[in-house]
Design a protein around this ligand. Sequence first.
Ligand SMILES: C[S@@+](CC[C@H](N)C(=O)[O-])C[C@H]1O[C@@H](n2cnc3c(N)ncnc32)[C@H](O)[C@@H]1O
Length: 292
Amino acid sequence: MTLSLDTGQTMSDDEFRIIRDSIYSHCGIFFDDDSKYLLEKRLARRLPALSLNNFREYYHFLKYDRNKDQEMMDIMDVLTTNETYFFRESFQLSAFTDEVIPELISVKSARGDRTLRIWSAGCSTGEEPYTIAMLLRDMPGLRGWKVEIIGTDISQRVLQHARRGVYTKSSFRATEERYIKRFFYEYDGGLKVTDDIREMVTISHLNLFDKIRMMMLGKMDLIFCRNVIIYFDLAAKKRVVEEFHRSLNDGGFLLLGHSESLMNVTTLFTLRHFKNDMIYQRPERSALGGGS
Ligand SMILES: C[S@@+](CC[C@H](N)C(=O)[O-])C[C@H]1O[C@@H](n2cnc3c(N)ncnc32)[C@H](O)[C@@H]1O
């Protein structure tokens, strides 16, 4: 028997399945049968907060109440795993700065296009989009370019943190001192990102399961979606990655986390072997013989 620490309420197996299925269809995060206790523990506080007696009533609330959409949005704050830090996965970032960006600069400037749009999808508290901004800030090849970096996440709590831009020790475990000196200043017991970096980044709310909002973001040259789809099952991974394919310009890049791969998920992308890392690319239209 499992006992919830907060309310003493337990979820029956049936309640667990219907609640986890509602969560899955909202955002793609899948709780397998072994995660019942975790879900019970994370949602336990919602029962007294909504004056509900048990998880069956909670399921009905999620399904039928007029505040159901707000509740689903709010519980994303407790259901998501938000671990992140600046300059995460340095070998991939070396491929990004030394190989991928120079290639994009030469391909795009040959077409007379001096814009660069980068999306950090599932940006959590913002370390990832700010890292990208710091890496691009002084790149000579981008002088005079319009560079847009967009960070999005499903959790409103982490987005508030990202917008504030103040960080403590655990965010800096992989940050070289020169970046701390150049791009942060002491603020309110932590370190705050300088305005010139914050101005390069737009932070907004987006559920990767919301096709319309994803399409509204427009075309990207590069998408970072690292350590996000690991929480999805295969069908959800496929759905989101196919949307990324649609969002990318021809020849655009998709950067996943180091433990993630598209093997058995989709064949829409080409795996490019760079010196520092392997990175997925949406093939150029000409490479496909003119198809879309
Ligand atoms: C572990 S963090 C990864 C942060 C950063 N990308 C990195 O690699 O350091 C995963 C983030 O994905 C977000 N996430 C999970 N499901 C999502 C969804 N359906 N739509 C948007 N963001 C989602 C979570 O809220 C969480 O902040």
